[in-house]
Design a protein around this ligand. Structure first.
Ligand code: PNS
Length: 161
């Protein structure tokens, strides 16, 4: 059984993330979506909110689990005995940061492998930051995030639609 993790901030999860998770779940026996608790930017959503939106959005995929971690990713995946780290690549602009992260994780845990999945073309522009900005100013995020996330975003920003 080959398991993989898909780590991220998920503040909040977008349809771009869901697409990567769905594709990862077709390749690996189990995908564990890992929400980072200690991210450098201050999140809009609490850890519990990020976990709950992911769980609700992913309930249709049986071989996906949602969990959180604190500290170094490699320490957590060593503990659960997983070596594959999935990351999505949207455009060349993502490459430098992802390259650095993958090499850092490799240095810290040489048995780990980062596997990149190229985003579907329709999500190449999509990011959690973009979605937050659109929702904040009352724009339509309905095609960009799962329904429960759109609802939460409008609630957070006190937007009536
Ligand atoms: O969704 P993001 O913000 O691009 O996710 C980045 C994340 C959370 C996967 C990355 O910052 C991370 O793994 N943080 C945990 C700390 C760590 O292990 N750092 C060393 C690798 S860069």
């Amino acid at each position: 059984m080959i398991r993989a993790v898909y780590p991220g901030s998920f503040d909040p999860v977008t349809n771009g993330h869901i697409d990567i998770i769905q594709r990862g779940a077709k390749i690996y026996d189990e995908v564990i979506v890992l929400v980072a608790e200690n991210i450098s930017k201050i999140p809009l959503f609490t850890l519990e909110e990020r976990l709950s939106m992911l769980r609700e959005s992913l309930q249709h995929i049986p071989n996906v689990k949602v969990d959180s971690f604190k500290g170094l990713l490699v320490d957590y995946i060593k503990k659960i005995d997983v070596r594959i780290i999935i990351r999505g690549l949207r455009a060349v602009s993502d490459f430098e940061y992802e390259f650095q992260q993958a090499l850092t994780n490799k240095k810290l845990y040489p048995e780990s492998e980062t596997v990149f999945l190229i985003s579907d073309i329709k999500y190449t522009f999509l990011s959690s930051s973009m979605v937050k900005e659109i929702a904040k100013f009352g724009g339509c995020v309905e095609d960009l995030v799962p329904e429960c996330v759109a609802k939460k975003l409008y609630e957070k920003f006190n937007v009536k639609r």
